[in-house]
Design a protein around this ligand. Structure first.
Ligand SMILES: *[C@@H]1O[C@H](CO)[C@@H](O)[C@H](O)[C@H]1NC(C)=O
Ligand SMILES: *[C@@H]1O[C@H](CO)[C@@H](O)[C@H](O)[C@H]1NC(C)=O
Length: 381
């Protein structure tokens, strides 16, 4: 639930941009330049046609292309209802509920189609705002995977309506059922119960050179060997809530830090852009990278020191999983910014918790094995 909140913090940021525009009269372009992350948004704001990008050739495997929006959201197309209506949803391994914004319905028939509401609601926390989501059920389609009677929320009171419909219509949570608010069945549960996949596995590919049309893929029911190289490093899920696993050691450059000498935990979260570092190690992390916090909150590295930023390495189930500076340092209008953020999200074991977001997932193809409760990482193609 905390992680869902984190995912929603991004929504709030987006909302922040909107309020900015409304209050200060700034253009999106000005904000784009200020934030340095919104390139491409104006250039191509058309909804992508996914048809050209996915291959459809294997039985019972669905290839869901994922577009990149605002360089921070990775969205895939999902259809709801009969006849189906398309929504762009954030495929999020850091939460478990499915919901879309009713205001993003593109035809008047949409709310009418969802008249089978159970009269129940659940409430998601948006920082200080709350989002009340009535629950209904209908057919949900992700590429060639069709789930009947899938429960989902159709939110009516989302706070930042003007901006993100058509760019972002909802969230498709892919974490464990234990994380689902209101004990709603997850989409994966629906898919598996209805025998829609040959294997209870899904995997994510995030391209290193994302465009709005194609930033990666969600593969339901398997892996796509063309999208990774080498062997998968498998590791057991330590708690079946998030996709969470143990980290045995964390190194910066050639130096083991010892931060995980009592064990660390990590969750892999496609709904978060950054790499989140346990709060208690943030200062040491900044010191080892030579970064400082700028007034706008960014962690920046002076270009004279950029050569000194180390490769960081996680040891996961005995295997080294390195993340080079090219993966987590971004050149940003003449300065360098780290793609990191502190997190004080506690792990239930009390061990320090890392959150591996898209910064990590561009380097590593990730596999989520539901039957064996394990996560795999292989070098991204
Ligand atoms: C949101 O819900 C929480 C928990 O029910 C409550 O404490 C809080 O006051 C609510 N916030 C708003 C803005 O309604
Ligand atoms: C962890 O690594 C060991 C040794 O390589 C391997 O045998 C084991 O299967 C791995 N754990 C999982 C869950 O795959």
């Amino acid at each position: 639930r905390k992680c869902l909140t984190l995912a929603l913090v991004f929504l709030q940021l987006l909302g922040g941009f909107v309020r900015h525009i409304l209050q200060k009269g700034k253009s999106i372009r000005e904000l784009m330049e200020e934030n340095g992350v919104l390139e491409g948004f104006l250039r191509n704001n058309e909804k992508a046609d996914p048809a050209s990008k996915y291959h459809f050739n294997k039985d019972a495997v669905a290839y869901e292309p994922i577009g990149n929006y605002l360089n921070a959201f990775y969205l895939g197309e999902t259809s709801f209802g009969t006849p189906p209506q398309d929504f762009l949803v954030l495929c999020d391994t850091g939460s478990s509920n499915l919901w879309v914004l009713s205001t993003c319905c593109r035809t008047q028939a949409c709310p009418a189609n969802h008249n089978r509401f159970r009269g129940q609601t659940y409430t998601l926390s948006y920082g200080s705002d709350n989002l009340t989501v009535p629950l209904g059920y209908d057919t949900v389609t992700v590429q060639n995977t069709v789930v009947c009677n899938q429960e989902f929320g159709l939110s009516e009171n989302e706070p930042i309506r003007p901006f993100y419909c058509s760019d972002f219509d909802g969230i498709l949570g892919m974490a464990y059922p234990a994380m689902a608010v209101g004990s709603s069945p997850t989409v994966m549960q629906g898919i598996l119960q209805q025998g829609q996949l040959s294997e209870p596995i899904f995997s994510f590919y995030f391209s290193g050179q994302p465009t709005q049309q194609y930033a990666g893929e969600l593969i339901l029911g398997g892996v796509d060997p063309q999208l990774y190289s080498g062997q998968n490093t498998w590791t057991p899920v330590t708690q079946e809530v998030y996709w969470q696993f143990g980290i045995e050691e964390f190194a910066m450059g050639n130096q083991a830090t010892g931060w995980c000498s009592q064990g660390c935990q990590a969750i892999v979260d496609t709904g978060i852009f950054l790499l989140a570092v346990p709060q208690q190690y943030m200062n040491s992390f900044l010191q080892a990278t030579g970064a400082q916090q700028a007034q706008n909150g960014d962690f920046v590295v002076n270009c004279n020191y950029i050569q000194g930023v180390p490769t960081i390495t996680f040891v996961i189930n005995g295997s080294q999983v390195p993340l080079p500076p090219s993966a987590y340092v971004f050149s940003n209008n003449g300065y360098y910014r780290l793609g990191i953020k502190a997190t004080s999200l506690p792990s239930t074991s009390g061990q320090p918790l890392w959150i591996l977001g898209d910064v990590f997932l561009k380097e590593y193809y990730s596999v989520y094995d539901i039957a064996n409760n394990r996560v795999g990482f292989a070098y991204s193609a």
